[in-house]
Ligand binder design. Structure first.
Ligand SMILES: C[S@@+](CC[C@H](N)C(=O)[O-])C[C@H]1O[C@@H](n2cnc3c(N)ncnc32)[C@H](O)[C@@H]1O
Length: 304
């Protein structure tokens, strides 16, 4: 059932099972999906029971939902599935099967806590975000720009045949990595784009990228990514919130203003709030009435 529709921001909140909501959405209608799914901890939270049975039973529960998510995702769209060590390998195989292994982009490790005082194991301090795109040749990825340029090597030591080729650089000599027993770090097509953008510099016969782009790795361990940064504002209102910074990074880098973002496991509405702040439209849903109430309250508060 549609619980909230803000015409101005284009944000909708549904109170329903996500499978029913998904079945009613049009093909290719969502640019970015983020889902902080059930981790299958076996725990009972205030408002939902995090128990899907064995890992294989969980996979069968997720399968129809991920199939629908693929259908509704735009042809240049991206999808992020946030899980942890309990299901991540099973979800990876399921997502590979549904989206295609070539559509897998990365596994992001988000550090959720520091030392927690558990000494009988290697304390699990990260959870995992699996990142896929619908089309590996066409997807939105906005690099983060820094103020000052940087020079970074475009080569790596050690010769790999299909990654070592001659490339004339306009106004420069031919860069012969083969004779130097090195190979390119980028594909030929990516290199040509960089040359056109005047980003490639040759220093001592070796190529470097001259760039203002800041590299964002797949270890997200900045202090503001920790769980404690999501607790202050939402813990009383809803269990298991994710920090704003996690959603801020995903939405900024993998969608554009005016795009439609969806979260089908909305919880306390972190994705909805950040999407609205970043001027994205959105489809959000949760099976819990409390989750919907908390999210709608937060979305309305942004208008004050
Ligand atoms: C891990 S929480 C999401 C927390 C959220 N990322 C946040 O920042 O607040 C998972 C949510 O999925 C919801 N959920 C569980 N089964 C669902 C279903 N079949 N359809 C829709 N939502 C569901 C739960 O009610 C819960 O709110």
């Amino acid at each position: 059932m549609l619980k909230y529709f803000d015409r101005k921001s284009g944000i909708k909140v549904f109170h329903d099972d996500n499978l029913d909501v998904l079945r009613n959405l049009a093909d290719d209608s969502i640019n970015l999906i983020y889902c902080d799914i059930l981790y299958n901890t076996g725990k009972t939270f205030d408002d939902y029971n995090d128990n899907l049975g064995s890992p294989m039973e969980a996979v069968e529960w997720y399968r129809p939902r991920f199939l629908q998510m693929k259908r509704v995702l735009a042809s240049n769209g991206s999808i992020f599935i946030h899980c942890n060590w309990r299901l991540d390998s099973y979800i990876r195989i399921l997502m590979d099967e549904i989206f295609g292994g070539n559509c897998f982009r990365n596994r992001i490790y988000r550090k959720h806590s520091g030392e927690r005082g558990f000494y009988s194991n290697f304390d699990s301090q990260v959870d995992i975000i699996l990142y896929y795109v619908k089309n590996p040749k066409d997807f939105v990825f906005n690099e983060i720009q820094r103020k000052t340029p940087k020079i970074v090597p475009l080569f790596e030591n050690g010769y790999i045949p299909d990654r070592s080729w001659y490339q004339p650089i306009p106004g420069q000599q031919i860069v012969d990595l083969i004779s130097q027993n090195k190979h390119w770090l980028v594909s030929r097509s990516q290199l040509i784009k960089m040359i056109k953008r005047n980003e490639v510099r040759v220093i001592n016969d070796l190529p470097y990228r001259f760039t203002t782009a800041a590299s964002v790795g797949n270890l997200w361990d900045e202090p503001y990514m920790l769980d404690q940064y999501s607790r202050t504002d939402t813990a009383e209102a809803y269990d298991t919130p994710k920090p704003d910074a996690v959603l801020g990074r995903i939405i900024t880098m993998c969608s554009n203003e005016g795009d439609t973002v969806a979260d089908f496991f909305m919880g306390g509405g972190t994705t909805a709030v950040i999407a609205k702040k970043l001027k994205r439209k959105g489809i959000f849903c949760d099976i819990s009435g409390k989750a919907c109430a908390v999210t709608i309250q937060k979305l309305k508060a942004l208008d004050n």
